[in-house]
Design a protein around this ligand. Structure first.
Ligand SMILES: [Cu+2]
Length: 124
């Protein structure tokens, strides 16, 4: 009886540990983006904008955009001073699914953060 309970408690303990990891990831300073995560756009976006809890360090930030035909060219990363990173998409944005991969240092936090999010373009 007791051994049986222990056998059940192992997956529960694992679930608690995994939940702990998930909670840790919410420490990310990333808040939202334009285009929004999970959004379906009926117009091809010309810019990307990522919002953070504090001002991101532009020279130490990277953003890449992957689409159905590979990595798109992006240029002119800057901040509009609203705790954001903004850049222009310098390639044709065809219909399909896109994923943004970013890394950044935010505020005076010495830790490098990274994340990704996806959106879909259905303009045609
Ligand atoms: Cu701007």
């Amino acid at each position: 009886m007791f051994a049986r309970l222990n056998a059940f408690s192992v997956p529960i303990a694992l679930a608690v540990i995994l939940a702990g990891c998930a909670i840790d990831q919410t420490n990310s300073p990333f808040i939202s983006a334009e285009p929004e995560e999970g959004s379906v756009l009926t117009r091809a976006p010309r810019t990307l904008r990522l919002y953070f809890e504090k001002l991101p360090d532009v020279p130490r930030s990277t953003v890449s955009l992957q689409g159905p035909t590979g990595e798109l060219n992006i240029r002119g990363m800057h901040t509009m001073g609203a705790n954001d990173l903004m850049m222009e998409i310098n390639d044709q944005v065809e219909d399909g699914e896109y994923t943004v991969y970013w890394t950044s240092y935010v505020g005076d936090d010495p830790k490098e953060y990274q994340g990704e999010f996806s959106f879909t373009v259905q303009a045609n």
